[in-house]
Design a binder for this molecule. Structure first.
Ligand code: FES
Length: 655
């Protein structure tokens, strides 16, 4: 046996294999196809990759698993692994390195699961006018007297029957044209892009053909496979952005690219291209098609994600005045980027507004159309990089703020991406402090079913917003974000380091222990929501408005954000609750709209140039606004529309 390799067995999956000594357990898991949650991508900062080494002799004596077969326990693991857990053999998979044979148990909460993306069908209500269209034709075969070229023959027919003139041909189409024409008895369906270029043909009459809308978020990448014949979204898939291993947020990724001028950007680009190829494949599998049947892709993402996707030098984007390399929308051959879809397919990238407000915000813009409204609307796209739009048909302002990944479940002890078993709704009885909650995948609330049926695994973004807001409403939380220790309740517990509130009891969870929210978690939420609120206030000042007439909450959450709880938390200034709407992943909707209706691309090009960009970080009032906005809901601002909801609250002053 190779002395440089050791045996690793992962349970409960039963995956085993030989892995090189010195590799981390996380690397071993990747090699053996075991999914372990790793929000920070192995940077030792999220604590989500906890696994347990089992000691003993297994597999009929062939596997001797001992704790000493892993590298020593360094201080950085203490932050995430409590003494009790350490005694039981828990380690961080991204830290512990292999030195000998091991049997590793991956606990329920550390198993990576497929993210849940909630979509409604409203993106399909647009007029259907896709960039790619199909045309059925029957051609007359050539004769000695009339030996026109195959392409010209097709050109002529398309011009006569459909008015399509001066069509060009992608080379991959020309390569297969003669064979397919003859094999199909000259009856074919032709796919034409933007009435300009023939992408390909298929024998006979083909009804359904496909396009892919892609939202590259800093933390999550989501794709929507659409049938371009009828506008239906036939599959949605998502994954953690594979670039996370190089940095959690936009700035750290830019720094990574700048620090390694030779390979940094290339690695980031390869990671996202490879990830998108995997998503295209799995979306295709769900819909029963091959990735090669995807004839167009529309991509949105913030400016950094956009530039990395294209492999554009990032160094100037990372420096004031944060100028992007290109503002306009782009059309690029998918194959030039290494994307494995139809060989002639084009990728359309929506335009960039300015600074970090990129094509994703343009997606939100064309999806929500604030430029058609009379009311002053604030649109918040909640993500690791939060983006704001404020205004109406007269004038529109935009800004971006670094919220951090708390709303995506990172930096929260039991935070998770939205997936089956994650808590998405929370209610706390102000009198008894009893908690009822709802997990994704279970119709009933927690108090409507036996504890063993709930199987809660963690808490996702919408659940995080709700639990903090409900804790405040019920008086558990003070305005400054501290847990009110004068309250006696079995739900409140003080640990060595901090206080925490128990959301789910151990018997209700799939992880065999309580799911809690701690003061450190609440702090992360305050930082995120404070940045959004402060950004909104600055934009309101710039626009000269004192009140919001409408608020639209967007973001790729597991469930639509509860408007009341979002306002109680103080994610945005006071507004009539009847006028606060939650719209799901509007950036992804915008990508779908642009895929299905080319007029939306023209609209995007026009509106992206009309929105005025405001740089928040250099605004003189930002710090003060941010400090005030850290309080729940706010240190100074009134919330007349919350008066009834919060009347039971005494609002203890901040200490
Ligand atoms: S992946 Fe190990 S701490 Fe984040």
């Amino acid at each position: 046996m190779d002395k440089k390799k050791v045996t690793v067995l992962f349970q409960p999956s039963g995956r085993r294999g030989l892995v090189e000594k010195g590799k981390t357990l996380l690397q071993a898991a990747h090699e053996l196809g075991v999914s372990i949650e790793s929000v920070c991508g192995g940077k030792h900062t999220c604590g989500k990759c906890k696994v347990r080494i089992e000691e003993g002799i297994f597999e009929g004596g062939s596997l001797k698993s001992r704790r000493e077969n892993l590298s020593f326990f360094p201080p950085e693991e203490n932050k995430f692994i409590e003494e009790k857990e350490r005694e039981k053999g828990y380690r961080l998979a991204c830290v512990a390195k292999l030195q000998g044979d091991v049997l590793i148990n991956v606990p329920e909460e550390s198993r990576a699961v497929q993210q849940t993306i909630r979509k409604d069908a409203h993106q399909t209500t647009t007029k259907l006018n896709p960039g790619v269209k199909s045309y059925y034709v029957e051609l007359t075969p050539p004769t000695l007297k009339e030996a026109l070229g195959d392409f010209e023959r097709l050109q002529q027919k398309l011009a006569i029957h459909y008015g399509l003139r001066d069509l060009t041909a992608d080379v991959s189409f020309l390569q297969t044209l003669p064979r397919i024409l003859r094999a199909s008895n000259w009856k074919i369906t032709t796919f034409v892009w933007m009435d300009r270029e023939i992408l390909g043909i298929q024998p006979g009459k083909v009804e359904d053909f496909y396009g892919l809308a892609v939202d590259i978020g800093t933390t999550t990448v989501a794709v929507y496979l659409c049938n371009l014949n009828n506008g239906q979204v036939v599959a949605t898939e998502s994954m953690m952005n594979p670039q996370v291993i190089f940095g959690e947020d936009v700035m750290t990724r830019i720094t990574y690219a700048m620090n390694d001028q030779d390979k940094g950007l290339k690695r980031l680009q390869e990671a996202i291209i490879e990830g998108m190829n995997r998503l295209a494949q799995s979306a295709g599998r769900s819909a029963g098609i091959m990735p090669e049947e995807i004839l167009e892709m529309v991509v949105v993402g913030n400016t950094a994600m956009h530039h990395i996707f294209l492999g554009i030098d990032l160094q100037y984007l990372g420096l004031s005045p944060f100028a992007p390399a290109v503002h306009h929308s782009l059309d690029i051959k998918a194959r030039d980027l290494g994307l494995k879809i139809h060989p002639a397919a084009n990728v359309h990238l929506l335009p960039i507004e300015a600074g970090f407000v990129g094509a994703d915000n343009v997606g939100v813009l064309i999806s929500e159309e604030p430029y058609s409204r009379e009311e002053i609307a604030l649109i918040i796209d909640v993500g690791t990089n939060g983006e704001l739009l404020l205004g109406n048909k007269q004038r529109l302002l935009c800004a971006s703020c670094a919220t951090g990944p708390a709303f995506e479940g990172a930096h929260i002890k039991f935070g998770m991406r939205a997936a089956p078993g994650t808590i998405e709704r929370v209610r706390i009885d102000p009198d008894t402090l009893e908690v009822r909650y709802k997990v994704i995948g279970l119709e009933k609330w927690s108090d409507e079913c036996p504890p063993a049926e709930i199987q809660a695994r963690g808490i996702c973004g919408s659940g995080i917003i709700e639990v903090v807001a409900e804790m405040f409403r019920a008086g558990v939380l003070e305005r400054n974000g501290r847990i009110n220790n004068s309250i006696t309740s079995g739900r409140i517990r003080k640990t060595d380091k901090e206080s925490e509130f128990i959301i789910a009891r151990a018997e209700e969870t799939a992880i065999g222990r309580e799911i809690t929210i701690s003061t450190a978690d609440i702090r992360a939420v305050q930082l995120a929501k404070g940045a959004l609120y402060a950004g909104a206030k600055i934009l309101m000042k710039m626009l000269g408005v004192k009140h919001l007439e409408e608020v639209i909450l967007a973001g790729g959450f597991g469930s639509y954000i509860d408007s009341q709880r979002a306002m109680i938390l103080g994610m945005f200034p006071d507004c009539d609750l009847q006028k606060v709407f939650s719209v799901g992943n509007a950036a992804g909707d915008g990508a779908c709209l642009a895929l299905l209706n080319r007029e939306k691309r023209t609209e995007a090009d026009r509106m992206a140039r009309q929105v005025e960009y405001i740089e928040l970080t250099t605004h003189p009032d930002f710090t003060e606004e941010f400090v005030n906005a850290m309080s729940i809901p706010h240190m100074k601002d009134d919330f007349p529309h919350l008066q009834d909801l919060l009347q039971s609250r005494s609002f203890p002053p901040s200490k």
